[in-house]
Design a protein around this ligand. Structure first.
Ligand code: HEC
Length: 302
């Protein structure tokens, strides 16, 4: 009996310890290895212009995107692929069809009482700005940080519809909602509260080495920026979430979290499910690094 109590006490103490470790203390564990952060680290008030790769001047002013740089195979990565975003890419591609599908689904789910828009956080039914400065956010009702695709799934489920995060229809609806923020700068505040905590966890995750090849997101997107991998030159992680979900010409419409699963797979790490907390945290981190960069959908990527 006594030993059972002791075991139980150990278990309780042990789980207490695990909870305590979940904060920044985790970062100090000896078995955890990190890819180096950019010189000077990240600001507590991150902004797209802090891009350490010095490529930002080449893509910040969309009207002045240099066509010669875009045409140059060796240099086009320095434009962060922004020449593939509207209004530069005005060809009809799968992203436009997704936008149409999103509009159709939205009309169905929204009804005449704006119930879907209200559920997404647009109290007056107007979707403008939702993508640019409302997501990701801490949702008090759900008790966690959520992104737009998670809320689309949640709000559809409330009406008995299945729109799984990562599915074509979920992403199509997300493109449609995002299109109402086109041209608006992304602005999320990660200087306080739950979003600050998510930003910090996301930053840690982004630089944490994992998997068969012991690689972090940062190994590719910070250390190796500009190097070629599988025929693609790696770009900076600044300004990189403004065009999602995107139409992948080799594949199909892709949500940001599905891109993370692809990157995890390329880096030899077991991918997580779209909506998993580490992915949400990384999204918060990356969204803050896009602060002040305009939303641009429907976009296309190779
Ligand atoms: C093995 C190298 C590698 C690793 C590790 C890696 N990525 Fe990638 N990632 C790529 C390549 C290659 C591309 C396509 C070229 C580009 O846009 O940089 C890409 C593209 C992306 C894009 C899309 C950029 C765009 O313009 O559309 C995002 C976002 C991204 N990665 C996030 C991540 C995250 C988050 C992680 C960690 C979970 C990660 N990556 C890990 C290689 C990697």
């Amino acid at each position: 009996m006594r030993s059972r109590i002791t075991r139980l006490t150990t278990l309780i103490l042990g789980s207490g310890l695990a909870v305590a470790l979940c904060g920044s203390a985790l970062a100090d564990q000896p078995y955890r290895q990190y890819a180096p952060k950019p010189e000077g680290g990240y600001s507590s008030n991150p902004h797209v212009s802090q891009d350490h790769t010095k490529t930002y001047p080449h893509w910040k002013d969309r009207a002045a995107l240099d066509p010669e740089r875009v045409a140059s195979e060796a240099l086009q990565w320095t434009t962060n692929w922004k020449f593939m975003d509207p209004p530069f890419d005005d060809s009809l591609h799968g992203g436009h069809l997704a936008l149409d599908r999103g509009a159709e689904l939205f009309a169905e789910l929204n009804g005449s009482d704006n119930r879907f828009a209200r559920c997404l956080g647009a109290s007056d039914g107007n979707l403008k700005g939702l993508r640019a400065n409302h997501y990701p956010h801490f949702n008090t009702e759900l008790g966690k940080v959520v992104n737009l695709e998670m809320m689309i799934e949640h709000c559809a489920a409330q009406q008995g519809a299945t729109l799984a995060h990562g599915s074509y229809d979920n992403s199509a609806l997300s493109v449609y909602v995002a299109s109402h923020s086109n041209g608006m700068p992304i602005r999320i505040d990660v200087t306080q509260g739950e979003l600050k905590a998510a930003f910090e966890r996301g930053q840690e995750r982004f630089h944490l080495r994992t998997g068969r090849m012991n690689m972090a997101c940062g190994t590719c997107h910070v250390t190796l920026v500009g190097e070629r991998l599988r025929g693609q030159a790696l770009t900076t992680h600044y300004g990189d979430v403004a065009h999602w979900p995107t139409y992948r010409t080799k594949d199909e419409l892709q949500s940001l979290h599905v891109r993370f699963t692809e990157c995890n797979r390329n880096g030899g790490t077991q991918p997580l499910k779209p909506g998993a907390q580490p992915y949400v945290d990384i999204e918060v981190f990356l969204t803050a690094l896009s602060n002040d960069y305009p939303v641009a959908v429907p976009s296309a990527r190779d």
